[in-house]
Ligand binder design. Structure first.
Ligand SMILES: Cc1cc2nc3c(=O)[nH]c(=O)nc-3n(C[C@H](O)[C@H](O)[C@H](O)COP(=O)(O)OP(=O)(O)OC[C@H]3O[C@@H](n4cnc5c(N)ncnc54)[C@H](O)[C@@H]3O)c2cc1C
Ligand code: FES
Length: 288
C-alpha cells in the first residue's frame, strides 16, 4: 500500500516543514560523572528515541525549566552511537542547576547548532589539535572522530594544557592517549602537584617537544589569551592562517542568529561559527 504523505495542519508536506529552531527536545541523563570539582560529564540520549545528528564542533542550547538555557559544545563524536556527551562547568545559575541533575532525570536541548570543524578540509592532512582547559570538550568530539576514522587523516598530534593536574578532564581517556600509537599526545599543566612528573608550563612550550609541518591543519580551542600565543608559534613555523581553525566562545542567548548577543562585526558566532578559519576573522576587531 503506498504510504500516505504526512501533511502539516497548514497543508505543507512534512518534508517541506522546517524543524522549529526554538523547540527543545527532551534528553534523558544516562550517566553523570564528576570529572573535576567544577565539571560534570553528562551522557545523554534523546527521550523520543531519535539520534542526535551532529558534526564535531557543533553546540546545543541546554535548558532547564525555571532556570534558562546555555550553549554547550557537544563533547563526544557522532561516530560513537546512540548516546552523546556534554560537559558542564559550574560557573553560574544555569550551569550550577544543570550540575545538580542526576542519572534518570532530563534536560531540554535545542540543536545541534552552528558550524563545526571543517572535516572535509582536515581529511588527508596532518592535524594538530591544541586544547586548553575546558576547550578539550568540543575538541574531544573531533579527537574521537579522528581516532575512529584514523586512516582518513595523516599525522595526528594533540596538545592539552590544564591549570593543574586536578583540573585535567577525561583522565581515563588521557591515559589511553598517552599509550596510543594513533595520536602523538603532549600535555602540560601551568602548576605541578605532588606526584606529577609531566611537563609544567604554558601550552606553547609543547611546540618544542615535536615538529609540526607547515602544511598541517591546526585546530585551537581554549581561553582567548591562548589563541594569541599559539598563533604566534604557528607564525614562526610558517603555517598559513587559512589552515588554522579557532573554536570561539561568546555570550549566546538564542543560538540561532536572531538576538545579536554573539555578534562580532558582521558575524554571528552561533550560526557562522563557533568554528572559524583564522583568515576569516583576524581582521575583525574584538574577534580575538
Ligand atoms: C560556543 C560555546 C560553547 C560552550 N561550551 C561549553 C561547554 O562545553 N561546557 C561548559 O561548561 N560551558 C560551555 N560554554 C560556556 C557556557 O555557556 C557558560 O558557562 C554559561 O553560559 C554560563 O551560564 P550560567 O547561567 O551558568 O552563568 P551566569 O550566571 O550567566 O554567569 C556566570 C559567569 O559565567 C560567564 N559566562 C556567562 N555566559 C558565558 C558564555 N557564553 N561564555 C563564557 N562565559 C560566560 C559570566 O561572564 C560569569 O562570569 C560554552 C559557551 C559557548 C558560547
Ligand atoms: S546567540 Fe543570538 S544571534 Fe547568536
Amino acid at each position: 500500500m503506498p504510504a500516505t504523505p504526512r501533511v502539516c495542519a497548514c497543508g505543507k508536506k512534512a518534508a517541506d516543514v522546517k524543524p522549529n529552531i526554538f523547540l527543545p527536545r527532551e534528553a534523558e541523563i544516562v550517566r553523570v560523572e564528576k570529572t573535576t570539582e567544577l565539571e560534570r560529564v553528562f551522557t545523554l540520549r534523546l527521550a523520543d528515541g531519535g539520534r542526535m545528528e551532529f558534526a564535531p564542533g557543533q553546540i546545543v542550547e541546554a535548558g532547564l525549566f525555571g532556570y534558562g538555557e546555555i550553549p554547550l559544545g557537544l563533547a563526544s563524536s557522532p561516530t560513537r552511537k546512540n548516546t552523546f556527551d556534554l560537559v558542564v562547568r559550574s560557573v553560574g545559575r544555569v550551569s550550577s542547576a544543570l550540575n545538580r541533575l542526576e542519572a534518570g532525570q532530563s534536560l531540554q536541548l535545542r540543536g545541534p547548532l552552528g558550524r563545526g570543524f571543517p572535516l572535509e578540509e582536515l581529511r588527508g592532512h596532518d592535524l594538530l589539535v591544541v586544547a586548553g582547559g575546558i576547550g578539550l570538550c568540543p575538541t574531544r568530539s573531533l579527537i574521537q572522530y579522528v581516532l575512529d576514522r584514523r586512516q582518513e587523516f595523516k599525522r595526528f598530534t594533540l596538545f592539552y594544557g590544564a591549570r593543574d593536574p586536578k583540573q585535567q578532564l577525561f583522565t581515563s581517556e588521557l591515559a589511553d592517549w598517552r599509550k596510543s600509537k594513533d595520536v602523538e599526545y603532549h600535555e602540560t599543566v601551568d602548576k605541578g602537584a605532588a606526584g606529577w612528573t609531566g611537563n609544567v608550563g604554558v601550552i606553547t612550550a609543547l611546540f618544542s617537544k615535536t615538529r609540526i609541518d607547515p602544511g598541517a591543519k591546526i585546530v585551537i580551542c581554549g581561553p582567548p589569551i591562548m589563541f594569541k600565543f599559539v598563533v604566534r608559534e604557528l607564525d614562526k613555523l610558517g603555517v598559513p592562517h587559512r589552515n588554522v581553525y579557532l573554536d570561539l566562545e561568546r555570550r549566546m542567548k538564542c543560538g540561532v542568529g536572531k538576538c545579536g548577543h554573539c555578534q562580532i562585526n558582521d558575524k554571528y558566532v552561533c550560526v557562522d561559527g563557533p568554528v572559524f578559519a583564522l583568515s576569516e576573522i583576524e581582521h575583525l576587531e574584538e574577534a580575538l
